[in-house]
Design a protein around this ligand. Sequence first.
Ligand code: G3P
Length: 218
Amino acid sequence: MKFFIDTADIKEIRDLAETGLVDGVTTNPSLVAKSGRNFIDVVKEICAIVPGPVSAEVTATDHAQMLREGRKLAKLASNVCVKVPLTPDGLKTCKALRGDGTQVNVTLCFSAAQALLAAKAGASFISPFVGRLDDIGTDGMGLIADIVQIYDAYPAIETEVLVASVRHPIHVIAAAKMGADVATLPPTVLRQMFNHPLTDKGLAAFLADWAKTGQSIL
Ligand code: G3P
């Protein structure tokens, strides 16, 4: 399973990229606004830090302008993955960009029907938002199960399932059990995944016992 990080915060990206566990980055207009940085500059910087796909989202809503924006974003770096919303214009743009050889992430997916359309449009990634479905009392992970099942039934579909709007490590584990290709994690969730109180307790005990030996490895 690939891990992307869901942030436009350069410091966080640098820090987490050093773990060697980050396969890509996803951004969206809200995350860019939160960063307070210029969008184009941030995308270029992220692409230089992380070799994997870096999702950069168009903000136009009509096909012609989306395509112009997408083509501009695609030129910023070879690892840019243009993000388009799951609308008729977004999917038309997805198809055109894929024709150019550009990676495309179709975002704001909330149903299996939408995911099927994105696959037909040749999306590189489909981003179902599990947390936002949970927030309205719907089963976010159930949607992942449906999409994985549908995509698996058609070997010709190459679209990767990118689990988005992840709120906690339980979402990640459930997605991994279902065989989802990617999860995009807020930095806090990736950090939470390292934690277990028994790891901390066990390490403290090992170090205390080691100190008693008076030895040193180096
Ligand atoms: O980047 C898309 C998605 O991960 C957003 O998540 O937390 O705003 O629902 P959230």
